[in-house]
Design a protein around this ligand. Sequence first.
Ligand code: NDP
Ligand code: 2IT
Length: 445
Amino acid sequence: MDSRLEGIRDTVLARNPGEKEFHQAVIEVFESLGPVHDRHPEFLEGAVLERLCEPERQIIFRVPWTDDAGRVHVNRGFRVEFNSALGPYKGGLRFHPSVYLGIVKFLGFEQIFKNALTGMPIGGGKGGSDFDPRGRSDAEIMRFCQSFMTELYRHIGEYTDVPAGDIGVGGREIGYLFGQYKRITNRYESGVLTGKGISWGGSLVRPEATGYGTVIFAQEMLKTRGQSFDGQRVVVSGSGNVAIHAIAKAQSLGATVVACSDSAGYVVDEAGIDVELLRHIKEVERGRLTEYAARRGGATHVTGGSVWDVNGTVALPCATQNELDGDAAAKLVSNGLIAAAEGANMPSTREAVSVFQEAGILFGPGKAANAGGVATSALEMQQNASRDSWTFEHTEQRLTEIMVGIHDRCAATADEYGAPGNYVVGANIGGFVKVADAMLAQGLI
Ligand code: NDP
Ligand code: 2IT
């Protein structure tokens, strides 16, 4: 890391003790930014990095709710409004028992750069709760969402902060959250949340957007080496929103996706994952992958080990942070990997990224590769603002243009800063410069 940034890094780490995922995200960005400060001493003089690492506002609140048996539970809610230089805070809500401030801050920090890369007018934020939705009834989910929104509503708005989904938050949860917002405020403010249902202000392609976008990004990387998805053997982690649509898109481009996972294990299906069966089990039945293996001839379910034990030419980690470590990366490389693109946020550890880069693997970091979700959220905001709704084809075309644009900007920025083919450098510098310029232009805020 550039010696001028080390002191700033040390201060950030000391000011945010115990938040190891936030530390990891900050260090990873700082490691790319040395050359930027050679060209832009004004960023150092204006203390841009110090300001960027301190969220504009952090909200932590109690979320009490009752289960179906009438028992009272208390969870913790978070919304970190990180940076509004480019637009209203924008980013998802995650409901998962692992959520604490360090997770929300790593996600919010990454979101600033990701949103800048999309070229859309959106700042960075993230939120969520340590609530565990697993095994909860619809009525329990509804009561939790209503309680969560009963505090959150006063902090959000179409010009202020626009949440969406993330792990554990999909269309069902956004519906309950929107209903409660509308009820409390007496405003049909479509632009306050994205990921809404199609009949009440949502955008076509938003459910597919993150997974599709990740594959489009990977396809653009492959093209730089004269390759494509056609004939690739793909390994995907996760089996949620991002994974399902990444699998569908990769297979539509001629790849065979031979494995996917959830937190209990993984399935191997040499014939290629049956996306409709997977979608039905995961989205309709809210079931487990064991059921996929039970119903699909030729597929096997594996517990223990890791989905990265399965060999493939393309890896798409689409589950969660730090799910792919240095050993897993080394195994993938020795098994013939040529490309990896992150559908999840920070799924690869820093060691894994080094292994990929040293082996010359095409590597697309999450803040570039998974930006299609939030970009399509911004398209949903555009449709809401103009009281319009676009066709699937038009919206998908916009998504494709945005992803190709992100790819090309990352590649060009990496070239410009003397790191050709390094999409980590390209994404970090490309996102940072845009936000830093806007922050300086807006004065000391
Ligand atoms: P979902 O809740 O739909 O699916 C999450 C998947 O990841 C599930 O298969 C889940 O398995 C698995 N998973 C979650 N936590 C863990 C864990 N701790 N260990 C192992 N497996 C785990 O979430 P999404 O698909 O929406 O999100 C997946 C990733 O993509 C996240 O990193 C998210 O931040 C990122 N992302 C999402 C976007 C979106 O638009 N939704 C946009 C950009 C990034 P199980 O069911 O067993 O828990
Ligand atoms: O990590 C992400 O980019 C998301 N979860 C999507 C955020 C959004 O506002 O659509």
